[in-house]
Design a protein around this ligand. Structure first.
Ligand SMILES: [Zn+2]
Length: 597
């Protein structure tokens, strides 16, 4: 965070200065400016320090990098654009005046740029950072340190900064968590009601996390959150939460937990073609080519367009549209078939249902009438939907259990979610456990907990809060089985933690195919859900069937149910025969024989 990208700078001042002081001796350090050898200098460390001093005084631009690479014994000066730089406090200039200025920026609204101008803060790029010795906080500075962090959490990115207790986790998990945050369903934009995005998920009841960070507040995550605070128990439940599956409380879902709305926008355009031909928005008449079952058009009003707040189902027509025939001239030349318009209606996607949110009529740049239809479908979490905490601990719902069958505590608290304890040890996401302590402490104490990386509230303090409210300080409680009422033998770790619903939902992925469209070239089924495609039966799946000796299944998958084709052959000469579909007759193009295999 706080990083900037360098701009293209004029290097003539540095170059001329270095040309003056550098010699051509072969026994000292080579000096380069933007990769061009200027000369050599006997005291590289002093040279670099002098140049930096000039930069801190403003004689050299603040985003010029001056580095001494000890390994290659080279001094490199870069002034080009595109290097990424981050701000650090210069320890040497942390005297009374420097400290005073930092305080003024903090409290009196003095601009941050002043610190850069006065040389108290400098921007450092990757080459220069290599030889810097950076103290993580100002009170940890020793005589060896050259720089200090402005604040420790500045060394993470924004996406990582919103993870509480990030410094307690392994780096790959933190990275995974920040990648998952981008998939979380929340409030993507405050203008979502009036926008026409092709896809959008909006969470119905988002909550501020009980455990927050300074960074999340800076980018207003508290005002546009993407998740909810769940009561989570670490427990196995009848094997339905094996291998990262999670068991979720059905009654919580019915109360609105994790609920979101999915918006999709469909587009239809009245295209004008050459020769005064054009598409038409209308309810297609029955003689139109490719007419769908009459039932599909039931929602359309007289102009062929669906009305707002109409309920629609899978593959219902949203906009009735007819297009002119493709080969108008050829057909009229033969004069055999009368001009037939084609059905080009826009239909809702397979297995998708919901309501029409809005209908917008507008015009394209070419002057064609265009219709945008925004649909809305409620999405209640179901088996197969994906949830994740802020520690890269993702999982899919394996079972939903009604509240009365879930375990409960002495006080009658029932978890919203049961996570498998095996997800913790090998992944070392200690932050996950501390957040559960912190979340509980925050709920009991009625306040938000600070989880900012490196500067978070102490674990021992959180434990004290639990103790003050009469709980065990390790977050464990006695739980009872909801079905039998029997006490569960082990003490169970239970707490409040922020969970996100990720936008991978079963409802958008569910797909079946018995028969359907095939590719023209290969006669194999098309690929992909949107095209009614088949599921790929790949090499490895083939190997499996061979391994099992299931040759009949193999033939069934790879031939009968894929690109099987029958070709008529002449019984006399063996040449491919011609099939006249209209008369249903086979003839050989070579010998005219009609005996065909
Ligand atoms: Zn023949």
């Amino acid at each position: 965070m706080g990083a900037i990208i360098s701009k293209e700078r004029d290097d003539s001042y540095v170059r001329e200065k270095l040309e003056k002081i550098c010699s051509q001796s072969a026994y000292s350090t080579d000096v380069y400016v933007n990769g061009v050898l200027i000369g050599s200098h006997p005291e590289p460390k002093k040279l670099v320090e002098d140049l930096r001093e000039e930069r801190r005084n403003g004689k050299i631009d603040y985003d010029v990098s001056i580095a001494y690479e000890e390994r290659n014994n080279e001094v490199q000066v870069y002034s080009g654009a595109g290097r990424i730089l981050r701000p650090l406090i210069v320890v040497k200039n942390l005297n009374k005046k420097g400290d005073g200025l930092i305080e003024d920026v903090k409290n009196k609204g003095l601009k941050f740029e002043v610190l850069v101008k006065k040389g108290i803060v400098e921007y450092v790029d990757a080459a220069e950072e290599e030889e810097a010795y950076i103290a993580i906080t100002r009170d940890k500075i020793t005589t060896e340190h050259t720089h200090a962090e402005i604040t420790p959490s500045i060394l993470t990115s924004i996406a990582e900064g919103y993870i509480p207790f990030a410094n307690y986790n392994s780096a790959p998990r933190v990275e995974m968590a920040s990648a998952m945050a981008k998939q979380a369903v929340g409030i993507p934009t405050t203008s979502f009601p009036s926008r026409l995005d092709s896809l959008m998920h909006v969470m119905d009841y988002p909550q501020r996390p009980v455990v927050r960070t300074d960074v999340s507040e800076i980018f207003h995550f508290d005002k546009m959150p993407a998740g909810q605070n769940f009561v989570v128990a670490l427990l196995s439940y009848e094997g339905y939460n094996m291998e990262d599956a999670i068991v979720i409380n059905q009654s919580s879902l019915e109360r609105g937990l994790g609920r979101s709305t999915f918006y999709r926008t469909y587009t239809a355009e009245e295209v004008h073609y050459h020769g005064a031909q054009q598409d038409r928005f209308e309810i297609p008449k029955e003689d139109v080519e490719g007419h769908l079952p009459a039932d599909a058009y039931k929602n359309l009003s007289n102009d062929g367009i669906i009305l707002p707040e109409t309920e629609f189902g899978s593959e219902d027509v949203l906009v009735g549209k007819t297009a002119p025939p493709r080969f108008l001239e050829e057909i009229s030349m033969f004069g055999r078939i009368a001009e037939r318009r084609r059905d080009a209606s826009v239909t809702a996607n397979e297995m998708e249902s919901g309501w029409i949110e809005s209908v917008v009529l507008t015009e394209t740049d070419e002057g064609n009438t265009m219709i945008k239809i925004k649909t809305r479908s409620p999405r209640i979490p179901e088996i197969g939907d994906k949830l994740a905490s802020r520690y890269g601990q993702k999982g899919v719902i394996g079972m939903t259990v009604r509240q009365e069958d879930m375990p409960f505590t002495n006080e009658g608290i029932v978890p919203d979610l049961i996570m498998n304890p095996h997800a913790i040890p090998s992944r070392t996401t200690v932050g996950h456990l501390i957040e559960m302590l912190g979340g509980t402490a925050g709920c009991l104490d009625g306040r938000f907990i600070d989880g900012t990386a490196f500067e978070n509230e102490k674990e021992s303090d959180l434990r004290k809060v639990l103790e003050n409210f009469g709980f065990k300080n390790n977050g464990k409680q006695i739980l009872y089985d909801g079905r039998t009422g029997e006490k569960i033998e082990a003490e169970i770790f239970i707490g409040v933690i922020y969970y996100q619903r990720l936008h991978h939902m079963v409802a958008n992925k569910i797909h079946t195919r018995a028969k359907g469209p095939v590719q023209m070239l290969t006669r194999q089924p098309t690929e992909g859900r949107a095209k009614h495609g088949g599921l790929r039966f790949g090499e490895m799946e083939r190997d499996c069937l061979i391994g099992h000796g299931a040759s009949a299944v193999l033939k069934d998958r790879l031939l009968d149910e894929s690109d099987k084709v029958k070709i008529p052959l002449c019984s006399k000469c063996g040449v491919m025969a011609v099939h006249d579909y209209e008369r249903n007759k086979f003839t050989c193009p070579v010998c005219g024989d009609s005996q065909v295999y």
